[in-house]
Write a protein that binds this ligand. Structure first.
Ligand code: FAD
Length: 286
């Protein structure tokens, strides 16, 4: 389970995938998992749809199969803000039934269009609910540049203590492009007395469509080297692929050199990108 993985290895190397939009496309995700398995990740995490329900079942189906059929440790993400207590309990039971032992507990983003009871306000409340059931280990999310609702980074770090207090044993960061923000953050988190391992979330930007969606919508700050790369290759798909992989490789090598507990690669379900990044860092992962 997750705690042991972090205890026995540094850096832990993990991959994140998301379920296909349609349940009928499940085969494609297992094709992706099959290719990602070659990279021998310490775990693969599977994201959770904002609305829970059927989307949550897809997450647990995929995570369950990753563990059972591929022999890779799996982490199922789970959100709570758009669900009732009954729905959350049902999902926890469903995950247990599929032998999922690790959950990334999340609040989720507030989606006003989703109606229904809102019995949970924050990720720590979901962690408490999971602890009541028992037998599962938990990870949580954290934000090197602060969560967008937080009034300050320090306030956000103080709030992080709630999920640690509720049993979260490892953290995975939001993506960032400037390693300096990660190093500053880890120092502050440790200064606040939080000792759990922190995996650095890295997303290689290799397609121009990601520039708008991920970069502009994320609040991640962009160092000059990054904005120059984007400007240079925005209209050159092959050039952007190579430059984006190269940027992520450099970022990860530097993170490992600085002693990061883990590297969590946001794969965007693209094994070719994960493969290319892995080739550039594998010597540091043994
Ligand atoms: P919380 O920890 O609840 O924090 C939300 C805000 O409330 C923060 O500003 C925090 O400072 C504050 N806060 C926290 N606890 C308390 C408290 N007890 N009292 C008062 N204030 C508090 N979203 C999805 O829908 N599906 C996914 O699969 C998914 N995976 C993710 C994976 C990672 C690694 C990350 C970083 C994010 C992911 N998200 C996902 C996005 C996430 O759901 C959003 O960022 C969401 O807005 C916050 O979730 P959280 O768990 O960090 O919330």
């Amino acid at each position: 389970m997750i705690k042991n993985i972090y205890k026995n290895k540094k850096p832990v190397f993990s991959l994140e995938i998301f379920p296909p939009k349609k349940e009928t496309h499940l085969e494609s995700i297992f094709d992706t998992v099959g290719k990602l398995a070659d990279l021998e990740p310490d775990f693969i995490s599977v994201t959770y749809g904002a609305a829970g329900g059927i989307k949550g079942s897809i997450t647990s189906d995929i995570a369950g199969k990753i563990k059972k059929d591929y022999g890779i440790e799996a982490v199922a993400h789970m959100t709570c803000i758009n669900s009732s207590k009954k729905e959350v309990r049902h999902m926890i039971e469903e995950m247990k039934a599929k032998n999922i032992e690790n959950v990334l507990v999340l609040r989720g983003d507030i989606v006003p269009e989703i109606e229904g009871e809102r019995d949970f306000q924050h990720a720590n409340e979901l962690a408490i609910e999971i602890q009541k059931v028992g037998g599962m280990e938990m990870l949580g999310a954290c934000y090197p540049e602060g969560h967008y609702e937080s009034e300050s980074l320090d306030a956000d770090i103080q709030n992080l203590k709630y999920k640690i207090g509720a049993g979260v044993e490892a953290l995975i960061t939001q993506l960032f492009f400037d390693n300096r923000s990660f190093y500053r953050y880890v120092e502050k988190v440790r200064g606040a007395g939080i000792e759990v391992p922190i995996s650095a979330g890295v997303m290689p930007i290799t397609k121009s469509s990601q520039i708008k969606r991920t970069v502009e919508l994320s609040s991640a700050s962009m160092p000059e080297e990054f904005t120059k790369m984007i400007a240079k290759y925005e209209n050159d798909p092959e050039g952007l692929f190579e430059a984006g992989v190269d940027y992520a490789v450099k970022q990860i090598r530097d993170l490992i050199k600085h002693g990061a507990d883990g590297i969590h690669l946001y794969t965007m379900n693209t094994p070719e990108v994960a493969d290319a990044v892995y080739d550039g860092i594998s010597d540091l992962l043994q």
